[in-house]
Design a binder for this molecule. Structure first.
Ligand code: CNA
Length: 239
């Protein structure tokens, strides 16, 4: 018989979590693949999200990039849900060593997680492409169209766009944490975006848990697969 999630967490000493957009849907932020995100982007802009938020698109059509980006990727009023809070609690009680996330929404940090490895950056950091000046998210939201620096350069979000490489230091630290973990919990991700999805290959521990509403290409390898909302699946940790 399968062990329960509770039993696995109880006996684990070093949990690492890898997550994605599904973690924040219960906070009101739509993901790309289970909501109508892909459909809406294609209908309204003529391109899927992977094209609209790609490096080449940003360079060629910054006006359209920012129109989509501001409407669909920045959620300043979103609050952490039970999944973010439960992971913060596991870190606080010494069971979890790192949250590795593909999300760019800062909700893990807002929930109190300290060791958060942001594989794809954050909408809350923005830099001038010419002089490197930092800008907060407010500058992006308030700009009329494309946000420009006082030096005249275009401001770019510190978000890894499709076609761009991931920060090697964050990848290295993620691999280090995964290699040392006895349990890896993967949640709220379709495991369709690489290299993030490939990080599972570095896991050498005993329990791989997948918590995702829909099935993923790695379900067969897991010791436990939970097809539930992750906020509900992890809420027992907060009791
Ligand atoms: P995805 O490909 O959209 O997959 C999300 C997965 O989560 C799907 O398989 C869903 O079935 C599942 N899911 C949705 N809601 C829940 C829930 N409540 N509980 C459990 N599972 C759920 O997203 P990925 O993260 O795998 O794809 C990577 C992209 C999406 C990354 O580059 C992200 O930056 C990007 N993204 C991020 C955000 C965010 O920061 N919140 C939002 C939208 C897209």
């Amino acid at each position: 018989m399968n062990q329960t999630l509770k039993e696995i967490i109880e006996k684990s000493h070093n949990i690492v979590f890898l997550g994605g957009a599904g973690l924040s849907t219960e906070s009101g932020i739509p993901d790309f693949r289970s909501s109508d995100g892909v459909f809406k982007a294609t209908r309204d802009y003529g391109f899927p999200p992977e094209v609209l938020i790609s490096h080449d698109f940003f360079e060629s059509y910054p006006e359209i990039f920012y129109d989509y980006y501001k409407k669909y990727l920045i959620y300043p009023n979103a609050k952490p849900n039970n999944a973010h809070k439960a992971l913060a609690r596991l870190e606080e009680c010494g069971k979890l060593s790192a949250v590795i996330t593909q999300n760019i929404d800062n909700l893990h940090q807002l929930a109190g997680s300290r060791h958060v490895l942001e594989l794809h950056g954050s909408v809350y950091r923005n830099y001038c492409t010419q002089c490197g000046q930092y800008y907060p998210v407010d500058t992006i939201l308030k700009a009329d169209g494309v946000p420009y620096c006082s030096c005249g350069g275009i401001i770019k979000p510190d978000v890894v766009l499709y076609g761009e490489g991931l920060d090697p230091d964050i990848l290295t630290e993620s691999v280090r944490c995964i290699r040392k973990a006895d349990t890896m919990i993967v949640g709220g991700t379709s495991l369709a975006v690489y290299p993030a999805a490939g990080l599972i290959d570095y896991f050498r521990g005993t329990e791989l848990v997948l918590i995702n509403l829909s099935s993923t290409p790695r379900d067969a390898e897991a010791s436990l697969v939970v097809h539930e909302k992750i906020g509900e699946a992890l809420s027992f940790i907060l009791e």
